[in-house]
Design a protein around this ligand. Structure first.
Ligand SMILES: *Cc1c(COP(=O)(O)O)cnc(C)c1O
Length: 835
């Protein structure tokens, strides 16, 4: 019997119904003072902006919690269909400015801060990023939950609350040094701990089967080492609509009865120390982007997420419907963000079979109607394959279920293609061999009713290549959902002056209907508007220079072309191709070929996975080349190369408004979508890019005359592999020869002999999968077209306006509407109206 807090006779509303909190300046001043002085115990002598940030955030949070409860109760009363976004990463960044914008109180708060003598920007900048993700995939999850709340969709995000997020990057002697990111050190005012929804997750042990009274085989999983999953909830406000959804992040904690035996044997201290093994599970985010990590701890993280989240949803279901799962699939949908949470397919089966007594057929029907899988990459090194022996040790019951799923699936394949053993081996969830593996992507496809890629090209390549056999079997499962970014964070909040100009020109509809930006098109022909547009871009470039200066001193000419490539450092993203172009420009200046020169500042930023040697070497090369160029008086401000350390969400919020040129130069076919490309486009940068991922759709929307295209197409890249001869290409291109000579003679590593040999060898290898040399000439020619366009500042501004005007498609509001219409099928809930 759950104990109750209130006397039976106490009307609940006495304590939970409160007068609405004010949203005007007066109320914010009063609440700020209250929190600053009484809760945080600070006064005017406190010199850290952190406590002012906290006091303001507490006041904002109160308003969010009010709407959060309304949303929760409204969903509960309506008993509506729900979706759950399962993701190992949510790269949220900062919350304060976003919450102010979405609550619609930013002007009132800024006025309050002004009266209090505080600088809004300083408070906002003192918030540490929630860096619970690597890059695009984690940021997408964060943009998605923002759009779900704005579109009034009952969607909950489920993830992990890592104690240490993405590492902080420092550059020492040109090399990346990783520092731990203890982001919770100063506390986190945005989360609420919810021990009442704790879940218990099993690991290890063994299974035991018996035949029940009805003659069905029943399995129990016993002698397990259990871990508790503690939920921490973060509010996710929609844009000015009263909806506040939930992001629920799980933290692993030890059970109370941890290591009972040692405890009983009297080794209390040892037993307490053992708590760490359980609590290590959510200690750290694995810093690998587009790369699998076969560590047992990673599998434990994945299972903790899947099991705790599914148990949470099922507990809710059982609380309302008892053990009747007949309508479960009509009311619930799980979206799997890549294969990382795909063990959920087997876990839902386990919960339905072992805990709720369903028959296999019924449990499987429910699973296949509630799971949907999003693939994020074609790169073979990113495809997760867990060793069967590891799974048997760590998750023995799950491994049995996967074998059973595969047996049923193989029977289906064999019925469709009798005697085609090759195809059976190709499609099997279990990869045979000395060390058998579970192919997690196949498990996800078999257990899902929807499989999507993240841009048109990527979805097509999935169907024709990686998942061809599955597409033949189940064509109706496959679909595309081109990624997007939220225009609240990535335009309205990060570029307030441009947002204001846009709103003054076409109204504010664009904030929730980004295709309305198309109304800007005619203003590209308006000279007054162009002048304002160009002035704002220049101010944003100045802001970016100032931001850069805070970290390390370097003279940058604001009128130079700001040429920006920020993203994870990866060979397929080809930061090295960018560097080759910079060396080419350097060589031109040194040879005196500077007629009509366009001053250029090349900014590169991004983190390398700590175990990825080539990526780390790329960072060193960028910094060494930068050193030579920036310290050469003959180069002056004609050319600058700057590495921006510690690229993260809050850095991008300052970088994308100030970019002129967006570098999206991956080898065609390798970048599934990209989302950095969309943030830049929205903020009026022009793109130089290959026909890869969403670049193709960006070019379609902007028009080919407003996009700098270069490089081999995906099919040309594939065809080229047969006869790729980079040396022959170098031999035919004297300017490329100059670039290679500078690299090879050690011009950029005079006192560090040989350190770039592996980069040079990779470029010149006929087996180079990234074909950097193949695209060099085409890239140089495209960069010349960039310069030609930039020389005519008025033409450039026109193109910039037209890019922003054409960026409407790349809102996650559009993406999420498609997920909802074609996969989730949720009914939007107007919380304010339904209250
Ligand atoms: C948008 C974003 C990314 C993704 O960038 P791509 O260029 O698409 O790889 C990665 N990291 C951060 C911090 C971002 O904001």
């Amino acid at each position: 019997m759950p104990h109750r807090v209130f006397r039976k006779s106490t009307p609940k509303s006495d304590i939970t119904k409160l007068p609405k909190l004010g949203l005007d300046k007066k109320h914010f001043i009063a609440d700020f003072k209250h929190y600053y002085s009484h809760r945080l115990g600070r006064d005017e002598h406190c010199r850290s902006p952190h406590y002012a940030y906290e006091a303001l955030s507490l006041a904002i949070s109160d308003r969010l919690v009010e709407r959060w409860k309304n949303t929760y109760n409204t969903y509960k009363d309506l008993d509506c269909k729900r979706a759950y976004y399962l993701s190992m990463e949510f790269l949220i960044g900062r919350s304060l400015s976003n919450a102010m914008l979405n609550l619609g109180v930013d002007n009132a708060v800024k006025a309050a801060l002004y009266d209090l003598g505080l600088e809004a920007e300083e408070l906002v900048d003192s918030e540490v990023d929630a860096g619970l993700g690597n890059g695009g995939l984690g940021r997408l999850a964060a943009c998605f939950i923002d759009s779900c709340a704005t579109l009034q969709l009952p969607v909950t995000g489920y993830g992990l609350r890592y104690e240490y997020g993405m590492f902080t990057q420092q550059i020492v002697n040109g090399e990346q040094v990783e520092l731990p990111d203890h982001w919770l050190r100063m506390g986190n005012i945005w989360e609420i701990e919810r021990p009442e929804y704790m879940a218990r997750v099993k690991f290890g042990g063994r299974t035991q089967s018996h035949i029940d009274e009805k003659g069905n085989k029943r399995t129990t999983w016993l002698d397990t080492h259990d871990v508790l999953a503690m939920p921490y909830d973060t509010p996710v406000p929609g844009y000015k609509n009263g909806t506040v959804n939930t992001l629920r992040l799980w933290k692993a904690i030890a059970t109370e009865e941890f290591n009972l035996q040692e405890f009983n044997e009297g080794d209390y201290a040892e037993a307490v120390a053992q708590k760490n093994t359980a609590e290590n599970i959510t200690m750290v985010l694995y810093p690998n982007d587009a790369n699998e990590n076969g560590k047992a701890l990673r599998l434990q993280q994945q299972y903790l997420l899947a099991s705790a989240s599914l148990q949470d949803v099922i507990a809710n279901w059982v609380g309302r419907h008892g053990n009747n799962f007949t309508h479960f699939a009509e009311k619930n949908c799980f979206q799997l963000n890549d294969t990382h949470p795909s063990i959920a397919v087997a876990e839902l089966m386990r919960l339905l079979l072992d805990l709720h007594g369903l028959a296999w057929k019924d449990a499987w029907a429910i699973t296949c109607k509630t799971m949907a899988y999003t693939n994020h990459t074609l790169l073979p090194e990113a495809l997760e394959r867990w060793s069967v022996s590891l799974m048997e040790n760590l998750l023995p019951r799950l491994m049995e279920i996967i074998f059973d799923i595969n047996a049923h699936f193989m029977a289906e394949v064999s019925a469709r293609w009798p005697g085609d053993n090759d195809r059976m081996a190709r499609m099997s969830i279990i990869e045979e061999g000395r060390d058998k593996k579970v192919r997690m992507a196949y498990l996800a496809i078999v257990g899902s009713f929807s499989v999507n890629g993240v841009a048109e090209l990527h979805s097509k390549l999935l169907q024709e290549g990686l998942f061809r056999d599955f597409y033949e079997l189940w064509p109706y499962k496959f679909n595309n959902k081109t990624n997007g970014v939220t225009p609240r964070r990535w335009l309205a909040a990060c570029n307030p002056d441009l947002a204001e100009l846009i709103t003054a020109t076409i109204g504010d509809e664009w904030i929730t209907n980004l295709s309305a930006l198309a109304k800007l098109r005619p203003f590209a022909e308006d000279a007054t508007f162009r002048k304002k547009w160009a002035e704002l871009k220049r101010a944003n470039k100045q802001r970016l220079v100032n931001y850069k200066k805070d970290e390390h001193d370097i003279e940058i000419n604001v009128d130079a072309l700001f040429d920006v490539q920020v993203k994870r450092i990866h060979e397929y993203k080809r930061q090295i191709l960018n560097v080759l172009h910079v060396i080419y420009l350097y060589d031109c200046i040194k040879r005196g070929e500077t007629k009509n020169w366009v001053p250029r500042c090349v900014l590169i930023g991004g983190k390398a996975a700590p175990g990825y040697a080539m990526a780390k070497k790329s960072i060193k090369l960028i910094n060494n080349v930068a050193n030579v160029i920036n310290n050469d008086p003959a180069i002056g401000d004609k050319l600058r190369l700057v590495f921006m350390p510690n690229y993260r969400v809050s850095a991008m919020e300052k970088i994308c408004p100030g970019a002129d040129l967006s570098e999206q130069i991956s080898t065609a076919g390798k970048e599934a979508s990209g989302t950095g490309n969309m943030k830049f486009m929205m903020n009026g940068a022009l793109t130089i890019g290959t026909l890869d991922g969403a670049n193709i759709e960006i070019r379609e929307e902007a028009g080919e005359e407003n996009f700098f295209l270069f490089g081999l197409t995906e099919s040309e890249v594939e065809a080229m592999h047969q006869h790729y001869n980079p040396q022959a290409i170098i031999n035919q291109d004297s300017e490329l020869q100059n670039v290679m000579r500078l690299l090879e003679c050690g011009h950029f590593n005079q006192f560090e002999p040989g350190i770039f040999d592996d980069i040079i060898a990779a470029l010149k290898s006929p087996h180079d999968p990234w074909m950097t040399i193949a695209d060099f000439r085409s890239y140089i020619e495209a960069q010349k077209r960039v310069e030609q366009a930039y020389r005519d500042q008025d033409r450039w501004t026109k193109m910039s306006i037209l890019n922003t005007a054409a960026s409407g498609k790349f809102s996650t509001d559009r993406t999420i509407s498609e997920y909802n219409q074609e996969i989730w099928k949720l009914t939007p809930v107007n919380v304010e109206k339904n209250q």
